[in-house]
Design a protein around this ligand. Structure first.
Ligand SMILES: *Cc1c(COP(=O)(O)O)cnc(C)c1O
Length: 422
C-alpha cells in the first residue's frame, strides 16, 4: 500500500536536494558540487549559531540603518482613490503603506543579503568575493560589504548595463571593487551571471560567489530568502504595533524575486493576507517584449535550478525586455514557481508605460523617487487599492530608491511625450 506523500508546507525550507515542490535543485557542473555542499553545511552551522544572527543583526542596525520605516502613503492613497474609483463600490480604497527599503544603506534591499553572505564567506575563510549585477545595485551592495569586511571584490556586469548604469560602475570602483564588463550575448544580466559562474568554477577554493537574488542552485535561493526575510519580519511587527493587525495585501516587484520573497515569506502562513508579485510587462505580452516568466514562461533550467523560464521550444533562453535593468531577467527564483503553482501567491505584470506613470506619480504625490523596478509594484498597488475597502491596508515593498534611474526615466518620458503630445 502506498501513502500519499505529505503535502509540502508552503513556508518551509527546501528538501535536502534543494527542492521547493518540483522546483529548485542543483543543476551544476561537478566542479561546483563540492563548493555548494560546503556552503550548505557552513550555512547550517551558522543558522544554528545565535552569535551569527547577533553579529548580523548588529550590523543591520548600526551600518544599514534597520529597522527601515513603515510609512503610510496617504497622498498616494488619495490619488489612487480619485484616479480609479471603482464603479458603484463604497468609493473606499485601501490605505497604501510603504516598507522603506529605499532608506537602507546603498539605497535598496540588496545590502541585507550581501552582508549576510559576506559573513558566511568569512566563516569559510574565503578572502575574495565575486558577484553579478544588472542595474548595479547588487554590485554596489557587494562592493560595500567587501569594503566593510576587507575582502577583494570582482563584479561581472554586462557591457550594455554598464553603459546604462554608469553611476553605479563608478560607485563600485570608488568602493575598491573591480568591474568586469561582459561582452557576450545581449551584454546584460544573464550574460554577467554566466561569466560569474565560469569564474567561480575556476576560483571556488578561495572565492565566494554572492548571488544577488533568490535564484541559482541550492542552497542560494534559501540563503538569500532567509537574509531578506528581515523585511517581512519587521513589517509584521510594525503593522501589529501601528494598527494592531496585519495588512490585507502585500505587493512586491519580482525580478529574480528576492525583495518579494523577503517580504512574503513571513506572511506565507497567514492565509488572510493576499500576496501579489509584479513582473516586468515591458512593451506587452509578445515574446521578447517583456521579462515575465511566471506570467508567460514554462518550467526549465537556468543558472542551476528548475523554475519558470522564458525559453523557446528547444529550451534556449528567450530574449527579454524591461525598462528596468533590475527586472530584465528571463528566470525567477524556484520558490516563487512553487508558490505560484500552489496558488498561495498570485503574479501579475505591469508594462513599462504603467511603471513610468507610477514613478512620476509617486515622486509628485509623496516626494519619494522610487527605483524603476519598485515603480512596477507601486503601479499595481494603484490598480489594487481602489478595489479594496476603506478600512483595508495594502503594503508595498519599496525595494529601492530611484537616483540611479532619473536620467533614464527622463529620457523615456520625453520620448513618450514626443510620440503622443497632449
Ligand atoms: C535588484 C532590484 C530588484 C529586483 O531584484 P529582486 O531579486 O527581484 O528583488 C528590485 N528592486 C530594486 C530596487 C532592486 O535593486
Amino acid at each position: 500500500m502506498t501513502t500519499a506523500p505529505a503535502k509540502p508546507r508552503l513556508a518551509d525550507n527546501p528538501t535536502p536536494q534543494g527542492r521547493f515542490g518540483a522546483f529548485g535543485g542543483m543543476y551544476v557542473p561537478e566542479t561546483l558540487v563540492a563548493a555548494l555542499t560546503q556552503l550548505t553545511s557552513v550555512y547550517d552551522q551558522a543558522r544554528a549559531d545565535q552569535k551569527f544572527w547577533d553579529d548580523l543583526r548588529d550590523l543591520l542596525r548600526v551600518y544599514v540603518g534597520r529597522p527601515t520605516a513603515l510609512y503610510p502613503a496617504r497622498q498616494l492613497s488619495e490619488r489612487a482613490r480619485r484616479l480609479f474609483r471603482p464603479q458603484g463600490g463604497d468609493a473606499g480604497g485601501a490605505t497604501i503603506w510603504f516598507k522603506r527599503e529605499d532608506l537602507a544603506h546603498t539605497g535598496a534591499h540588496k545590502i541585507n543579503n550581501t552582508l549576510g553572505q559576506a559573513l558566511l564567506a568569512k566563516r569559510m575563510g574565503k578572502k575574495r568575493i565575486i558577484a553579478e549585477t544588472g542595474a548595479g545595485q547588487h554590485g554596489v551592495a557587494s562592493a560595500t560589504a567587501a569594503a566593510h569586511f576587507g575582502l577583494k571584490c570582482d563584479v561581472y556586469m554586462g557591457a550594455e548595463d554598464a553603459r546604462r548604469q554608469r553611476l553605479n560602475v563608478t560607485r563600485m570602483t570608488m568602493l575598491g571593487a573591480r568591474v568586469i564588463e561582459v561582452q557576450d550575448g545581449s551584454k546584460t544580466l544573464k550574460d554577467a551571471t554566466n561569466a560569474a559562474m565560469r569564474d567561480w568554477m575556476a576560483s571556488v577554493e578561495h572565492t565566494h560567489y554572492i548571488i544577488g537574488s533568490v535564484v541559482g542552485p541550492h542552497p542560494f535561493p534559501m540563503i538569500v530568502r532567509d537574509f531578506q526575510s528581515i523585511i517581512g519580519i519587521e513589517s509584521k511587527a510594525q503593522f501589529l504595533r501601528t494598527i494592531g493587525k496585519l495588512p490585507d495585501a502585500v505587493v512586491a516587484c519580482v525580478g529574480g524575486g528576492s525583495n518579494a520573497a523577503g517580504i512574503f515569506f513571513p506572511f506565507i502562513d497567514d492565509p488572510a493576507v493576499r500576496l501579489i508579485g509584479v513582473e516586468a510587462g515591458g512593451h506587452g505580452s509578445a515574446p521578447g517584449q517583456h521579462a515575465a516568466p511566471l506570467s508567460h514562461g514554462s518550467p526549465g533550467v537556468l543558472h542551476g535550478s528548475l523554475s519558470y523560464v522564458l525559453q523557446d521550444p528547444a529550451g534556449q533562453t528567450a530574449p527579454v525586455h524591461s525598462c528596468s535593468a533590475g527586472l530584465d531577467y528571463p528566470g525567477v527564483g524556484p520558490e516563487h514557481s512553487f508558490w505560484k503553482d500552489s496558488g498561495r501567491v498570485s503574479y501579475t505584470s505591469v508594462t513599462d508605460d504603467e511603471a513610468l506613470d507610477a514613478f512620476l506619480l509617486l515622486a509628485r504625490a509623496e516626494g519619494i523617487i522610487p527605483a524603476l523596478e519598485t515603480a512596477h509594484a507601486v503601479a499595481h498597488a494603484l490598480r489594487l487599492a481602489p478595489t479594496m475597502s476603506k478600512d483595508q491596508h495594502l503594503l508595498v515593498n519599496l525595494s529601492g530608491r530611484g537616483d540611479k534611474d532619473v536620467e533614464e526615466a527622463a529620457r523615456l518620458l520625453k520620448a513618450r511625450d514626443e510620440r503622443s503630445p497632449t
